[in-house]
Design a protein around this ligand. Structure first.
Ligand SMILES: Cc1cc2nc3c(=O)[nH]c(=O)nc-3n(C[C@H](O)[C@H](O)[C@H](O)COP(=O)(O)OP(=O)(O)OC[C@H]3O[C@@H](n4cnc5c(N)ncnc54)[C@H](O)[C@@H]3O)c2cc1C
Length: 383
């Protein structure tokens, strides 16, 4: 059981004396990253491990302020309106890890364990640290630069631990690139990265097991692309970690989906499984016009929505990253909304880190949504 300890204002200083400070140089950027990219998980920790009500949490700003060897430290600041109405003050919570951190790499494991525990308590799907083996059946291009790997995996009736979800969009696997990697360039090539996330584009039960598609966008000579290109029928592929995408908020209301080349597989599956009666607006950004063809075959189920989805293709002619792309997406959206007055209630998107960061602010300004109604994820980072 995870018990959080709580202290208001000044006792915070006293309580930190109980814990071991961490001196890793990477700690400050890890804390900033968690605050920026994993805010909803911090909310999950507070909901699962403290007595705070969802209302208190929703009306506060939550921040990860420190990490000690034994605990994470969360600060909860009521918004100004709440402060004046109930005189509440800032609160600090110390949420313990399962085991103390001794080296920086332990932080990742301990954080995942904490998340698993919180999700279990809240009845939510969670990240899994499971090794899964697939066998390559085929690989072929589905647009100019999108390579589809067709894989077989363990049977659908297998244990929960190894089950492949057939009805989830954006379910991602962390693939081990070093396993079975043979360089197509000749000679010894060392991989500059050992793992890479790719989404389960689609999975279904076939007579010989579960079939799965994984679509890898090829953007030059990179470890992920080289790995995917080198795979041959009969090769095994291993994944080490899996996690569900945050899409539950898209069940109702007018949704806006924003894809770049790496998140087209998630958006395609979202559309195929769409159950919200209102069809979404989809912005799809690619460098090349030819890659927009990825959406040509995608259909929503006719009996579930009244209309087809609307696709706004954005072809940039360059690598899709950074703040400028966020401004471009926001401008295109602004223009569309002046000619097609829509009230957008929900947003899901995934893209490059700099674009995601800037777009979160622009979308917030334009649409004024609650934090939980807009999920803009980082799928990759530009060097
Ligand atoms: C949850 C999740 C799901 C994902 N699902 C998919 C998926 O289904 N299909 C998919 O293709 N990708 C997907 N991605 C993105 C993929 O993991 C990254 O693009 C990854 O960085 C690719 O690794 P790489 O070895 O090709 O390039 P890296 O080693 O990351 O980078 C090498 C160079 O390529 C540049 N680069 C990296 N990615 C891109 C890009 N997309 N466009 C242009 N330049 C780039 C980098 O800036 C760097 O200069 C997903 C990511 C996450 C987090």
């Amino acid at each position: 059981m995870t018990r959080s300890t709580y202290s208001a204002n000044h006792p915070y200083c006293d309580q930190t004396n109980l814990y071991t400070p961490l001196r890793f140089p990477e700690l400050a950027s890890a804390i900033a990253h968690i605050n920026e990219e994993h805010y909803d998980e911090l909310i999950g920790f507070l909901t699962a491990f403290t007595a705070l009500s969802s209302e208190d949490i929703a009306e506060a700003t939550v921040q990860l302020v420190d990490i000690y060897a034994e605990v994470i430290v969360l600060q909860v600041q009521p918004t100004d309106a709440k402060k004046t109405s109930t005189q509440s003050s800032d609160q600090t919570f110390f949420i313990p890890f399962t085991a103390p951190i001794t080296q920086f790499s332990d932080l990742n494991t301990q954080y995942i364990l904490l998340k698993q525990k919180a999700d279990k308590k809240l009845g939510k799907k969670t990240i899994k640290l499971t090794t899964q083996t697939f066998v390559v059946q085929d690989s072929y291009k589905v647009s100019q630069n999108m390579l589809r790997l067709e894989l077989t995996g363990p049977n659908i009736n297998t244990s929960y631990k190894n089950a492949i979800p057939v009805d989830e969009a954006g379910y991602a696997y962390l693939f081990d690139l070093a396993h079975n990697f043979t360089s197509t360039k000749g000679g010894d090539t060392t991989l500059t990265r050992a793992h890479c996330y790719y989404t389960l584009r689609k999975a279904w039960q076939a007579s010989d097991g579960v079939r799965a598609w994984v679509d890898v966008f090829l953007h030059g000579d990179t470890p992920g692309g080289d790995w995917a290109r080198s795979l041959q029928a009969g090769d095994t592929v291993i994944s080490k970690r899996e996690f569900p995408e945050k899409t539950a908020h898209l069940q109702d209301g007018q949704a806006l989906l924003i894809a770049d080349e790496t998140s087209m597989p998630t958006v395609a599956r979202l559309l195929e499984l769409w159950e919200n009666p209102i069809a979404p607006l989809v912005v799809c950004v690619t460098q090349k016009a030819a890659d927009q063809a990825y959406f040509d075959e995608i259909k929503m189920m006719a009996d579930r929505t009244d209309t087809a989805f609307t696709l706004l293709p954005v072809v940039t002619g360059q690598v899709n990253s950074g703040k400028a792309l966020a401004t471009l997406i926001d401008d295109i959206l602004g223009k569309y909304l002046t000619t097609h007055p829509l009230q957008i209630d929900k947003v899901w998107g995934a893209m490059e880190a700099g674009t995601a960061k800037a777009l979160r602010g622009l979308i917030q300004q334009r649409l004024g949504l609650e934090r939980s109604d807009s999920v803009i994820k980082v799928y990759w980072r530009h060097d």
